[in-house]
Design a protein around this ligand. Structure first.
Ligand code: SAH
Length: 342
C-alpha cells in the first residue's frame, strides 16, 4: 500500500476519478484526523473500499516517548526499515514548536553535534517527514481543541541536513503548506541549514519559501573549517553572499544559530567577527550555549561568558537572544539527537 502522507494533493488527484476526491481525502486526514477510509462518509462506499486497498493513511506509531521535566517531549518514530526518525515537541504557552528530522543521522560531521557522529544512515521520504508532524500533533493536541490544535510552528532542526535531502524536504513542506491539508503558512515553518550552497540557491528560487535559519557557529573560516567541515567546500563569504541574495520579505529576518563553545567561539573577538559578518543582513542571532555530552570534546561557557557575548551583539545593534535549553534531561536538546533507547 502507498503511504498517503507521501503524496501532494495534485499527485493524488491525478490518480482519482473524480479528481476532487483528493481534496476530500486531504481534509479528512489532515483536518479531521480520520484514521480509515471507511469513516469518510462523504465518499461513496465503493470508492472507500478501493482507496482502503491502495492507500495507507495510518499516522506513524510512536515507538517511544521521552518526557522532560520542562514539558519537552522527544519521540522515536519507527520507519518501515526499522530505522527511527526523531522528533521533538517543545510546548510554549503561546505557540508550541514541533522539531522534525530530515534524515536518519547526518553526513556533515559538525564536531560539536552528536548527530554528526552517527554519519548518514539515509534520507527520510516526504511521507516520513510529514508523518513526524502528524504523530507529534496528534499526541499533543486533541481534535476537539479547534483553537489550539493547529497552533504550532515547525522547525527543520532535528536530525539531518534538510538541504542535503532537498527534493523530499521541499515536497514535505508543500504537503504541510497545502491549504486543504494542515495549512501551515510558510511563516510558521523554519528550515535550518549548515550552508549547503547550491541547494540554498535552489531554495531561493522556489515559489513558496519557508523561514531560513543558518547554522554559523564559527565566525571565521579558520574556526568554521574545523567545527563544520562543510565550510571547506562552501566558505563563509560565499554562504553570506548567498544569504544576501536570498529573497527576504519585508520585516522578515534570517536566523543565525551560533553555538557557544567555551574558549573556542565565545570570546569578545568572536563576537566582533560575527558582528562584522552580519553587517547589512536582516539577521537575528540565536545563541546556543553548547549542550554538553561525553562524546564531545567541548564545554559550555559560563553564564557570564554567554551574557558578555550577548551584550556585545546587542550593543552593536545586532538582534540576539540566548536559546532556552529545553529537554536536556531526555537528550532532546539541540545537537543531542541520536538513537538512544536507554
Ligand atoms: N543540519 C541543519 C539542521 C540541524 S539544526 C543545521 O545545521 O542547521 C540543529 C542546530 O543545533 C544547529 O544550529 C546546530 O548548530 C545546533 N547544535 C548542534 N550540536 C549542538 C550542541 N551540542 N549544543 C547546542 N547546539 C548544537
Amino acid at each position: 500500500m502507498k503511504p498517503l502522507f507521501d503524496v501532494e494533493r495534485h499527485e493524488l488527484a491525478a490518480q482519482l476519478v473524480p479528481s476532487y476526491r483528493a481534496t476530500q481525502i486531504f481534509k479528512s486526514v489532515y483536518q479531521r484526523w480520520t484514521g480509515t477510509f471507511e469513516e469518510m462518509t462523504d465518499l461513496p462506499k465503493q470508492a472507500r473500499s478501493e482507496l482502503a486497498a491502495a492507500w495507507n493513511l495510518q499516522a506513524p506509531r510512536i515507538h517511544r516517548r521521552f518526557d522532560s521535566t520542562d514539558g519537552t517531549r522527544r519521540y522515536l518514530v519507527p520507519l518501515d526499515d526499522a530505522e527511527l526518525a526523531e522528533t521533538v515537541f517543545i510546548p510554549e504557552v503561546h505557540r508550541s514548536t514541533i522539531c522534525i528530522s530530515s534524515q536518519v543521522g547526518c553526513a556533515l560531521a559538525c564536531t560539536f553535534c552528536l548527530t554528526g557522529k552517527l554519519g548518514l544512515k539515509r534520507h527520510l521520504t516526504a511521507g516520513e517527514i510529514v508523518g513526524q508532524v502528524v504523530a507529534a500533533q496528534r499526541d499533543n493536541f486533541s481534535l476537539s481543541d479547534t483553537d489550539s490544535r493547529n497552533s504550532f510552528n515547525i522547525v527543520l532542526m532535528g536530525m539531518g541536513e534538510p538541504l542535503h535531502n532537498y527534493d523530499n524536504v521541499m515536497k514535505a513542506i508543500r504537503i504541510l503548506h497545502d491549504p486543504e491539508g494542515l495549512n501551515m503558512s510558510m511563516g510558521r515553518i523554519t528550515l535550518s541549514t549548515a550552508g549547503m550552497l547550491p541547494a540554498l540557491e535552489r531554495l531561493a528560487a522556489e515559489p513558496a519559501i519557508p523561514n531560513l535559519a543558518i547554522s554559523l557557529t564559527g565566525a571565521t573560516n579558520e574556526k568554521r573549517n574545523v567545527l563544520m567541515p562543510i565550510n571547506r567546500k562552501y566558505p563563509i563569504e560565499q554562504l553570506l553572499d548567498a544569504v544576501r541574495r536570498f529573497p527576504i520579505k519585508h520585516r522578515q529576518r534570517v536566523t543565525f544559530e551560533y553555538v557557544l563553545l567555551k574558549d573556542v567561539t565565545d570570546s569578545p573577538e568572536d563576537a566582533r567577527a560575527l558582528i562584522r559578518l552580519l553587517k547589512g543582513i536582516p539577521a537575528k542571532v540565536n545563541l546556543i550555549p553548547l549542550n554538553e555530552a561525553e562524546e564531545l570534546e567541548y564545554s559550555r561557557p559560563s553564564d557570564e561568558a554567554v551574557n558578555r557575548f550577548l551584550d556585545l551583539l546587542v550593543e552593536h545593534n545586532v538582534s540576539a537572544f540566548v536559546r532556552k535549553n529545553r529537554g536536556n534531561d531526555i537528550s532532546a536538546a539541540c545537537g543531542q539527537l541520536m538513537k538512544k533507547w536507554a
